[in-house]
Design a protein around this ligand. Structure first.
Ligand SMILES: [Fe+2]
Length: 253
């Protein structure tokens, strides 16, 4: 991956030198969040369609949710004394982000595309500030006690992700946890949206290399606390998944 330059409020900062916290799983998630936000900006600059903007915004929102849940578990498992105020900072950000997401879901035409930069600005500005002032405090407390939850897919050495779209613009992302010959399991942190139903048909895209191809799949099982099992879509072999996963994987620990 190329070096990441983040447009923070005070000016562009290098992720590696200025924003890394030295907890690999958290750094990896922060970096991915910045890359998703920057991806939205690049999509806009290259003449985005409404659908592309919504798809990027949806992916960003789902990943934000997954990251914050992970980080809050880490704070809790390390008995961080300031976790209440830290969670409150997350909640305030989520509320603002939801407002923009709602507007994006309801807008149409050029007005819709004009909304998207707000999402990019909000995420990059908030995350820079939050990492440097709030997360860093938590890390200073936790590093001597580092007790990061191990991803359940660690034994497979994979950390691929997939976007499952149930209707155009309505979807969720999850982490590939298990891939077999008849299906795959996606870890999705609770709460699962109520529109995720058993036997629902959806389109699956492996991220980020497979975004242009949406393959039909079906929800075969729902575990409200862990995620969803999906039938293996036609045209998506185990070998193909592992090839994509290999390209998209990074060390989770
Ligand atoms: Fe945080």
């Amino acid at each position: 991956m190329s070096a990441l330059l983040v447009p923070c409020k005070a000016g562009p900062l290098t992720f590696e030198q200025n924003l890394k916290l030295n907890i690999p799983a958290i750094d990896q998630q922060h970096e991915q969040l910045f890359r998703l936000a920057i991806g939205i900006n690049e999509t806009l600059q290259s003449g985005a369609t409404e659908d592309a903007v919504r798809m990027n915004a949806l992916e960003l929102e789902a990943y934000v949710q997954e990251h914050l849940v992970y980080e809050e578990k880490l704070l809790s498992s390390n008995h961080y004394p300031q976790q209440k105020s830290h969670r409150l900072a997350h909640a305030r950000f989520v509320a603002t982000s939801h407002k923009i997401q709602d507007e994006l879901a309801r807008c149409s035409g050029p007005a819709c595309i004009a909304k998207a930069p707000q999402l990019f600005d909000l995420l990059t500005t908030w995350l820079c500030d939050h990492i440097m002032n709030v997360d860093r405090l938590a890390v200073d407390f936790m590093v001597p006690r580092a007790n990061a939850p191990t991803p359940r897919n660690a034994r497979f050495q994979i950390s691929g992700r997939a976007l499952i779209e149930f209707q155009p613009g309505i979807g969720i992302t999850g982490r590939l946890e298990n891939v077999g010959h008849s299906g795959l399991f996606l870890h999705i942190p609770p709460p699962l949206p109520e529109w995720v139903k058993p036997n629902a048909a959806a389109k699956i895209r492996l991220l980020p290399l497979d975004q242009t191809v949406g393959r039909t799949c079906t929800v075969v099982r729902i575990d409200p606390r862990q995620g969803i099992a999906l039938s293996l879509p036609d045209g998506l072999s185990v070998d193909h998944i592992f090839k994509l996963v290999k390209h998209t994987s990074h060390s989770s620990r």
